[in-house]
Design a protein around this ligand. Structure first.
Ligand code: GLA
Ligand code: GLA
Length: 685
C-alpha cells in the first residue's frame, strides 16, 4: 500500500459527498428468485446498507459449462444495486470451481499429506499451485473484469474468498514442483538448502532438487525446517494466486481498489498476512467469535492485529456474524446488544466498514443455520431490527471515517514464524499454544484497564512503545535480535517469555545456553527446559501459579533482579521471573505460563517502571474496553462495555456520537453497550 492513509479505501459517500462507514454483507442472489432481489434492495436501503460483496460463489452460474457464459442475471443484479445506491465489492468468483471443471480436470483437486484427494462437493477444492486451475480462474477473472470495469456500482474487487480457508496445505505433485521452485529461489544452491535443513541428521542429504518433497506422511517426525519452509511456501503459494488475479484486475481496471478477505483468527494460522498486506489496496478481514471465557478478548485481539497488519490504516471488516454460526460444535446465538457491540469493537480498532456473512439467510445448503442480516423469520424480526439500528449507529459515526487509530504505549508482538515453529512436533512439549499465550497477555492488560497494540514482530517501529511484550517469540533471526537489543538499550522495556529466542530463521538452536539470541540482554542463562506434565503446576513466591513450562535459570548479569522465584517444583528456590535493568530500559523474562490471573498480578510491576497507567476509572477495569481514533481536530474515544453488568464511567466527557448521554460527571453504560465520545484535540491529552 502506498503512503496516503485512506486514498484506496472504497468509502461510501453521503448525499453531501462526505465519507460514510461501509455497511453491508455478502450477497448471494443466485440462491433466490428475481422477486426476492427487488425486496432485498428495498430492505438493504431500510437497513442502511451501502456496500455488498457479490458473486463470491457464482462461478457455476456465470460459466455453466466450459464454453458458455451467463452474465445476464449478474448485469441485472448490478443494475438493481446501483439503482438502490448500493456499491459492489465484486468478487472474481474463483473461490469454488464448478463441477464441469473438476470432472474434466480432477488434477486440480488438493491432496492431503497422506495422499487422499479432497473431492468436490463442498468448496475451495483447488490446488493453489495447479496451472490448470490457474488458467481457468484467470480466464474467469478476465471476463468479469472486462465486463464490469466501468459499471457504476463497482467500488472494489474481492479476489477469490478467504484464500487458504480449506486448501492451505496441498501435498500434490503440483505442490511438490512448486515447492522445489520456491526452494531454489530461497536457497539458490543445494548446499545452502542442506545446511539450512540440517540434513546431516538422519541421512537426509539431498543431491538433486528433484528429490525434494512436501512433508508428506512419513514414518516419523519430518525434518522441522522442511516443515517450516513448507508452511512459508504454502502461505506464499496462496499469495501468488492473489497476485495473479490482481495483475489482471490492475491491467483492466486500474482505478478500482483490490482486496481479499484475510482471516486473522486463532484457527487459521496458515497464512502469514504480514507479508500479504502490502499486496492489496486496503486490508479486509473476516472474524467469527468462538464462544469461551476469552471470546471478546480474542475478537479485540484480532481486530487490533488486523490494524497492525494494515499499518494502522483503516481496514474493512468483510465478514462477521449477526448471531450464531453453523460450524462450531454448538452454535449459540448472540445476546441482545452483542451484534452492535461486536461490530463497534472492530470499528474501535480501525475498521471503516462493517459487513456480515451474509445478507439473507440461506434456505438450503451447508450454511442454512448460519445467521444473516435477514433471518429465516424475515424482516419482521428482532434480528433485522437490530441490523437496522446498527445501520443508524454507523451513520452517526460517519465523522470518524478515515480517522487513524491512536497508538497505545504497550505493544504485543505477534509473529507467524514463531507461531508455526513453536508448535511443531518433537519439542519439549506438544501443549504449547502460541496464540493463547499472546492472548493471555492481552486479556490481562484489558483486565487492568490498559490498552495495547498487537503488531507484527518484524518491521514495526518498536521505538513508538514504552513496553514491548514478546510472548513465545521463538524464532529470532539475527536482525530481530539486534533490533530488540537496540530497543532495550535505547530505553525500552522488553518483556519476553519461555521458549523465546531459541532458534534462528532456519529453526537452528542458538547455542551456548538459552535463550541464545537474547541471553545477554536478559542477563540469564538456561541449561535445560522443564516442561510440566498435564495438570502439574508450580507455585511462585509472588502468589501466582505456573503451568506448562518452567526453566532452570541462572542469573549471569550483575544488574538482574529476581521479580519472582519458584516456591515448588523441580526448580524450587530458583528464579522464575527476572528483570535486567539497563540505564533506562529493562529486559524481563517470564519462564512459566502464568495465565491471565498470574499475568494480572505481575503486569503492574512490569508497567510501573515505564510509567504506563490506565486511562480508565478503576471500576471499569476488565469490563470496559477503550480505544481511541483521531483526526486532525478530534479524538474519538470508544468505550465498550464487554460485561453483562452496568458500568459507571465518572469523569469522561465529550460530544456523544453513539451511546448514552453523560449524566452528572460521567457516563453509565448498560450491559453490552458502547459509547463513542468526540473530544477536541486541544482539550484532550
Ligand atoms: C467464511 C466464508 C463465508 C461463510 C462464513 C461462515 O467466512 O467466507 O463464505 O462460509 O465463513 O461463517
Ligand atoms: C531411538 C533411536 C534413536 C533416537 C532415539 C530417541 O532409540 O534409535 O535414533 O531417535 O530413539 O529417543
Amino acid at each position: 500500500m502506498s503512503a496516503p492513509l485512506t486514498s484506496r479505501f472504497p468509502y461510501a459517500k453521503g448525499s453531501d459527498g462526505s465519507r460514510r462507514l461501509g455497511y453491508g454483507a455478502d450477497y448471494n442472489p443466485e440462491q433466490w428468485s428475481r422477486e426476492v432481489w427487488a425486496d432485498d434492495v428495498r430492505l438493504m436501503r431500510e437497513a442502511g446498507v451501502n456496500v455488498v460483496s457479490l458473486a463470491i460463489f457464482s462461478w457455476a452460474r456465470i460459466q455453466p459449462t466450459a464454453g458458455t457464459w451467463d452474465f445476464g442475471w449478474l448485469d441485472e443484479v448490478m443494475d438493481l444495486l446501483h439503482a438502490g445506491g448500493i456499491g459492489v465489492d465484486l468478487a472474481t468468483a474463483t473461490a469454488s470451481p464448478p463441477p464441469w471443471l473438476t470432472a474434466a480436470h480432477p488434477e486440480i483437486l488438493p491432496v492431503t499429506a497422506s495422499g487422499q484427494t479432497l473431492w468436490p462437493g463442498a468448496r475451495q477444492h483447488w490446488r493453489p499451485t495447479s496451472p490448470v486451475f490457474r488458467e481457468h480462474a484467470l480466464t474467469l477473472v478476465r471476463k468479469i473484469a472486462s465486463r464490469y470495469a466501468d459499471h457504476p456500482a463497482l467500488v472494489a474487487w474481492h479476489v477469490n474468498n478467504e484464500l487458504g480457508c480449506h486448501n492451505v496445505y496441498d501435498y500434490s505433485d503440483d505442490a511438490a514442483r512448486a515447492f522445489r521452485s520456491w526452494l531454489r529461489r530461497r536457497y539458490t544452491t543445494l548446499d545452502a538448502l542442506n545446511n539450512a535443513w540440517g540434513t546431516a541428521f538422519w541421512s537426509q542429504h539431498y543431491s538433486d532438487w528433484e528429490q525434494l518433497l512436501p512433508p508428506r506422511l512419513a514414518a516419523s517426525h519430518p525434518n522441522p525446517t522442511q516443515q517450516l519452509d513448507f508452511k512459508r511456501f504454502s502461505s506464499n503459494a496462496l499469495k501468488d494466486h492473489l497476485l495473479a488475479e490482481r495483475e489482471i484486475l490492475r491491467e483492466l481496471t486500474p482505478h478500482t481498489p483490490i482486496t481479499t478477505n484475510f482471516m486473522v483468527m486463532p484457527g487459521t494460522k496458515g497464512m502469514d498476512y504480514t507479508n500479504w498486506a502490502d499486496e492489496v489496496d486496503f486490508v479486509a478481514n473476516d472474524h467469527y467469535v468462538t464462544p469461551g471465557p476469552q471470546d471478546r478478548d480474542e475478537l479485540s485481539f484480532s481486530a487490533n492485529l488486523t490494524s497492525g497488519i494494515a499499518g494502522h490504516r483503516p481496514w474493512f471488516l468483510m465478514e462477521h456474524s449477526t448471531s450464531a454460526v453453523n460450524w462450531q460444535p454448538v452454535n449459540p446465538p448472540k445476546k441482545p446488544g452483542e451484534l452492535a457491540r461486536d461490530a463497534l469493537l472492530h470499528v474501535a480498532h480501525g475498521a471503516d466498514a462493517v459487513c456480515f456473512f451474509q445478507w439473507r439467510q440461506s434456505a438450503a445448503g451447508a450454511e442454512k443455520y448460519h445467521s444473516a442480516m435477514v433471518p429465516h423469520a424475515g424482516a419482521d424480526s428482532e434480528l433485522f431490527r437490530s441490523v437496522t439500528e446498527l445501520g443508524r449507529t454507523l451513520d452517526a459515526l460517519a465523522p470518524i471515517a478515515g480517522s487513524e487509530r491512536e497508538g497505545a504505549r504497550v505493544a504485543i508482538l505477534f509473529d507467524w514464524d514463531s507461531w508455526w515453529a513453536s508448535e511443531q512436533d518433537s519439542h519439549p512439549t506438544s501443549r504449547l499454544d502460541y496464540h493463547r499465550e499472546a492472548l493471555d497477555w492481552y486479556s490481562a492488560l484489558h483486565r487492568l484497564g490498559h490498552r495495547a497494540d498487537v503488531v507484527p514482530a518484524h518491521h514495526s517501529d518498536l521505538s513508538a512503545y514504552d513496553v514491548v511484550i514478546a510472548p513465545v517469540l521463538h524464532v529470532v533471526p539475527p536482525p530481530l535480535a539486534k533490533e530488540l537489543t537496540r530497543y532495550v538499550e535505547g530505553g525500552g522495556h522488553l518483556v519476553t517469555t519461555y521458549f523465546s529466542a531459541i532458534v534462528d530463521e532456519n529453526d537452528h538452536v542458538w547455542l551456548g545456553g538459552y535463550p541464545g539470541a537474547l541471553r545477554d540482554i536478559l542477563g540469564i542463562r538456561i541449561e535445560e527446559f522443564g516442561p510440566l506434565l498435564d495438570g502439574d503446576t508450580v507455585d511462585l513466591d509472588n502468589g501466582t501459579t505456573g503451568s506448562l513450562w518452567t526453566d532452570r535459570i541462572t542469573v549471569t548479569g550483575t544488574d538482574v533482579e529476581v521479580l519472582a522465584g519458584y516456591r515448588t517444583g523441580t526448580y524450587a528456590s530458583r528464579p522464575a521471573v527476572t528483570r535486567r535493568g539497563t540505564c533506562r530500559g529493562s529486559a524481563t523474562y517470564v519462564s512459566t505460563r502464568l495465565g491471565v490471573d498470574g499475568l494480572s498480578v505481575l503486569l503492574p510491576q512490569l508497567l510501573a517502571p515505564a510509567g504506563v497507567v490506565s486511562e480508565l476509572p478503576h471500576d471499569a477495569h476488565g469490563s470496559v474496553e477503550h480505544a481511541v481514533r483521531r483526526d486532525a481536530e478530534h479524538r474519538y474515544l470508544f468505550l465498550i462495555n464487554r460485561s453483562d453488568e452496568q458500568v459507571a464511567l465518572p469523569g469522561l466527557t465529550g460530544d456523544v456520537l453513539v451511546g448514552p448521554r453523560p449524566e452528572g460527571d460521567g457516563l453509565v453504560l448498560a450491559p453490552r453497550q458502547a459509547a463513542v465520545l468526540r473530544q477536541s484535540r486541544q482539550s484532550a491529552p
